[in-house]
Write a protein that binds this ligand. Structure first.
Ligand code: MN
Length: 178
């Protein structure tokens, strides 16, 4: 099943991330974004589809400027419960580092074909229409559409968790000895 890869990459005796199991789809499709300070600082953009979270690593994070095309690399599917995950992944484990729940909400699919997925996001921080354009293998571009939310905000002004209100440093401190 599509979460095998997710489970194979992780040692659940060591990481506090949720085990991968498929869930029943929600009526309204969920999405979340995690800010992940690992070997590379990046954002993980995750969209519910068929009972799992389709996941993309976005090195620079999303941008509200429609002129920006942000690389989004599709990675292994994650379980739906991952949308609530915040904490640390131990050093030496897959994705070792600090994970902040940066945004969550629901979304709807407006259009899709072989190469393009157009969605509307209803998050706390990410809103309005966005496109994911597949240009090569697992590589996509995440682009803000020109709508009333274009240039709505600068992504790096949001420095705290939408779940705990903690900063990266504070999350690291809180979970380090647990
Ligand atoms: Mn990540």
């Amino acid at each position: 099943m599509s979460l095998d890869k997710y489970n194979e990459k992780r040692n659940f005796k060591k990481t506090r991330e949720p085990k991968g199991k498929k869930e029943n789809p929600h009526k309204r499709l969920k999405f979340c974004v995690q800010h992940h300070l690992a070997s590379h600082d990046h954002y993980d953009f995750r969209l519910e589809l068929d009972g799992v979270l389709k996941s993309f690593a976005v090195p620079k994070g999303p941008s509200y400027n429609p002129k920006d095309k942000r690389l989004a690399v599709m990675v292994e599917d994650h379980p739906l419960s991952y949308r609530n995950f915040e904490g640390i992944i131990p050093e030496g484990e897959y994705g070792g580092g600090t994970v902040m729940l940066w945004d969550r909400g629901y979304y709807k699919i407006d259009y899709y074909d072989e190469n393009v997925l157009k969605i509307t996001l209803y998050g706390k921080r990410l809103k309005g229409s966005w496109s994911l354009v597949n240009f090569k293998d697992n590589n996509f571009l995440l682009i803000k559409e020109n709508d009333k939310y274009a240039n709505y905000a600068k992504i790096n002004t949001f420095k705290t968790s939408i779940k705990s209100n903690l900063t990266m440093q504070e999350i690291k401190k809180k979970y380090l000895n647990k």
